[in-house]
Write a protein that binds this ligand. Structure first.
Ligand code: ADP
Length: 447
């Protein structure tokens, strides 16, 4: 096991990694920006190093400052969490050059699965279902038009290096496709430093279902079942749950096994998520692979009794997976509600600022992952998520009851949060029935 780990992240995920390190008996080095100097979790670290001003570009995204801190503190590994540098292959490679273990996949595996075109190619070989579309990058307008004619409109143009829902364009006919292609390429080049784009069939209505997978450095891989993350706004997930309600179990099992095959094919070590869209006939198509731990990993931890963060560290340290596929049992139902510092009545405007009151719920089957304490000021520079409520119960209905009970216990003030929205959703007939599609929340909010 590592002796000392640097956490190249902030907020709730920094605290989550601290908790895993403590239980593994590993020393912790936190880096923080000036805007996070008062973050309560820094007290739990063995050492905290300021790496620059609030804006992420000058701190959490600044590779040289993070590597300098790692060298000064003599750490043997870096955990990137999610966001920031977690999916940056250059950062992973620099860590390697500096003889610091990057807790995540090798730069090669990240290159194969983190790039959408390459991931699709590998998926096709591993017999993972993908959207019909271009076989790799499209360069010529005529080529794009030909493919679109074959698969049928609407189609979507996506950047191979894309992320965060950016750089995608839906085209309903040849005219829009021709004009959008060059624009998409330029946009991708400017945003991601890689102008490669591809096209695939666009599904008007779908559910987002993803599979949690783990691979080790000894060629073993397992899946930890699925999560349904269809409750989204502007491609941002709001609620995640497991199992996916109302989906044929056989179909899901097939997809889970396919996802495991994919990470094996990529020689992938670490935690990853294979994301799929599912159409209304329960056909699955792979969207992309996230080569890191995800925000919603606790949902899976609750239903499988695993600790994905600890496992990510153990795998990086070279330990084999401690279980086989048949040892992993899915139990009950878990739901996660993301608590964001946003005003749902004002178009989800972020509401940074001081939190005077913070009382989090507890009791059976309730977990709150948050770095907040009374007196904490939410800085304006970062994501507005301030915590996650995760509930677990025997079945979905009981989990919803539990979520409502826990949401009611929350006392947060004076800033606005998404708790009210979650309370409404837990009473929403379509959500309670289960199986809403990825545009449901936006339709509900527009109504
Ligand atoms: P990113 O990496 O930018 O998040 P994804 O490939 O994961 O990009 O796509 C983000 C979202 O865009 C999906 O969750 C879905 O809502 C929509 N989307 C992407 N591809 C398709 C598609 N082929 N059909 C329908 N919706 C799509």
């Amino acid at each position: 096991m590592f002796r000392r780990i640097l956490i190249a992240n902030r907020g709730e995920i920094a605290l989550r990694i601290i908790r895993a390190c403590k239980e593994l008996g590993v020393e912790i080095v936190c880096v923080y920006s000036q805007a996070d100097a008062d973050a309560p979790y820094l007290d739990l670290a063995d050492r905290a190093i300021c790496i620059g001003p609030g804006p992420a570009r000058e701190s959490y995204l600044d590779i040289s400052r993070i590597i300098s801190a790692a060298e000064v503190a003599e750490v043997d590994a870096i955990h990137p969490g999610y966001g920031f540098l977690a999916e940056n292959a250059e950062f992973a490679a620099i860590c390697k050059d500096c003889k610091i273990e990057f807790i995540g996949p090798s730069p090669q595996a990240m290159g194969i699965l983190g790039d959408k075109v390459q991931a699709k190619r590998t998926a096709k070989q591993a017999k993972v279902p993908i959207f019909p579309g271009s076989d790799g990058e499209v360069e010529e307008e005529d080529e794009a038009v030909e493919i679109a004619a074959k698969i049928g409109y609407p189609v979507i143009i996506k950047a191979s290096a894309g992320g965060g829902g950016r750089g995608m364009r839906v085209c309903h006919n040849e005219v829009t496709l021709r004009t959008a292609l060059e624009a998409a390429r330029q946009e991708a080049q400017a945003a991601f430093g890689n102008g490669a784009v591809f096209i695939e069939k666009f599904l008007e209505s779908a559910r987002h279902i993803e599979v949690q997978v783990l691979g080790d450095k000894h060629g073993h891989a397992v899946h930890l079942f699925e999560r349904d993350c269809s409750m989204q706004r502007r491609h941002q997930k709001i609620i995640e749950e497991s199992p996916a309600p109302g989906v044929d179990r056989k179909k899901i099992d097939t997809i889970c096994i396919a996802a495991t095959r994919l990470i094996k094919a990529a020689n992938y070590a670490g935690a990853a998520t294979v994301e799929f869209l599912m159409d209304d006939r329960q056909n699955f198509y792979m969207l992309e692979v996230n080569t890191r731990v995800q925000v919603e990993h606790p949902v899976t931890e609750m239903v499988t009794g695993t600790d994905i963060l600890k496992l990510s560290i153990q795998i990086a340290a070279g330990e084999p997976l401690p279980f086989k596929q048949r040892d992993i049992i899915h139990r009950g139902h878990a739901i996660e509600c993301r608590i964001n510092a946003e005003d749902a009545n004002r178009n989800f405007m972020p509401c940074p600022g001081r939190i005077d009151t913070w009382i989090a719920p507890g009791g059976p089957g309730v977990r709150v992952d948050s770095h907040i304490a009374p007196g904490y000021t939410v800085p304006p520079y970062y994501d507005s998520m301030i915590g996650k409520l995760i509930v677990h119960a025997d079945d979905r209905q009981a989990a919803i009851v539990r979520a409502k009970r826990a949401l009611e216990e929350f006392r947060i003030g004076p800033i606005k949060t998404t708790i009210n929205l979650h309370q409404k959703l837990m009473d929403d007939p379509a959500f309670v029935k289960g199986g809403v599609d990825i545009h449901y929340l936006e339709r509900l909010l527009d109504a």
